[in-house]
Design a protein around this ligand. Sequence first.
Ligand SMILES: Cc1cc2nc3c(=O)[nH]c(=O)nc-3n(C[C@H](O)[C@H](O)[C@H](O)COP(=O)(O)OP(=O)(O)OC[C@H]3O[C@@H](n4cnc5c(N)ncnc54)[C@H](O)[C@@H]3O)c2cc1C
Length: 420
Amino acid sequence: MTTADAHADYDILIVGGGMVGASLAVALSQAQDTRLRIAVVESTPFDSAQQPSFDARTVALSDSSKVIFQTLGLWDEMRALGVTPIERIHVSDRGHIGSTHLDCREQGVAALGYVVETRVIGEVLTAHINKCENIDLICPARVENVELAADTATVTIKSHEQMERLQAKLVIGADGGESRLRELAGIKTLNLNYGQSALIANVACDRPHRHIAYERFTDSGPMALLPSSDNEGRDNLYALVWTAKPEQAKGIAALDDTEFLQRLQDRFGRRAGRFIRVGSRHLYPLKFLQAREPVRARLAIIGNAAHSLHPVSGQGFNLGLRDVAVLAQQIVDAERRGEDPGRLENLQAYARWRRRDQWQTALSTDSLVRIFSNDFPPLALARNLGLLALDVLPPLKKRLARHAMGYIGRQPRLSRGLPL
Ligand SMILES: Cc1cc2nc3c(=O)[nH]c(=O)nc-3n(C[C@H](O)[C@H](O)[C@H](O)COP(=O)(O)OP(=O)(O)OC[C@H]3O[C@@H](n4cnc5c(N)ncnc54)[C@H](O)[C@@H]3O)c2cc1C
């Protein structure tokens, strides 16, 4: 890391150094032959309790995300800090007979996904950013304005009450669902409010998790249990994601531990065992957002700034990391051809490549929420038939598993294990 001077000139300026923005900075910094000068403007330091990306959450990474991190040389460090493989996923519908399961052995892979704390991802990414000579981390700083001109973009940032103007060939918005950069650029979005909040907490059971994840649909919203472990090697822990109506979720979060565990047991059943302990609880309002224009000349928006999803299928960050893999490749290839990476044609090629995966993942996640949060009897019957059919139709299951593992359409070099 170096310190930015007031008139720094960058090739790439990334607004937002959360999970997606920081991953992009590290990916771009590794194409040493291109000598890209990169800046990351982040409003909240990694070690602040207010850091919204690297917070109390635990996320499920798909196989393709693991391969991307592995290719970037980050995976072993994440594994050393704590990664739990998911070997089986059990999917069920509360109060109905339909259920199915996915097994890594049936799919011929070592794991269907990996459970990691976002703090672990942040720790590894931040350490790499701090080591990189071609990345300036400008933090704390917020973006205040953006001007897109023919040959350059100018971003005004506010840092320690001082305004500063930075110029770059390409500005990338990775500043999350409430993206200020997207707003400043006047990019419109498609928004849907699910009328649900996600309550997250760590819970312990009276038996080991055996690397099984559970997805349970209930009439008030889906719930998931992701197997996890701690520094002391305990293997009876789960990261719980419980979605419910906002008022309901708030009420459940405020229950004392005994009442909370009882309510969870009633709602989830005994398939995973008896819940015996619960940690602190955090609430997240849930909405669907899709930006109508992911790119303009000298501007691209990625990650949650471009698409925010319901966490039911654990795909939000995985999708954002796939944006990173493709955009990094487009930028580096343009640099190598001696082209300007901020050219509209180059960015449009990125947007075309990503369109199918972004829409397919958004639509399948949204349908899952709608179909499974509805107790209209014909719909309940249809979805249970669907779950039963899935269990006896291996090709259908294989397609679902490939999708869940993050392999949709043409794959960029990073998710094929090839360096940028
Ligand atoms: C309960 C829950 C569970 C989830 N589980 C999973 C899962 O299992 N698997 C999965 O793949 N995804 C999961 N997700 C989704 C995942 O968390 C998001 O997709 C991911 O955090 C998006 O990363 P991002 O970097 O795009 O945005 P963010 O995480 O929102 O990061 C944005 C960054 O930009 C910074 N910033 C914001 N505004 C500015 C500004 N004006 N100037 C400078 N910096 C700014 C912020 O400080 C932050 O660091 C889950 C989400 C929730 C809510």
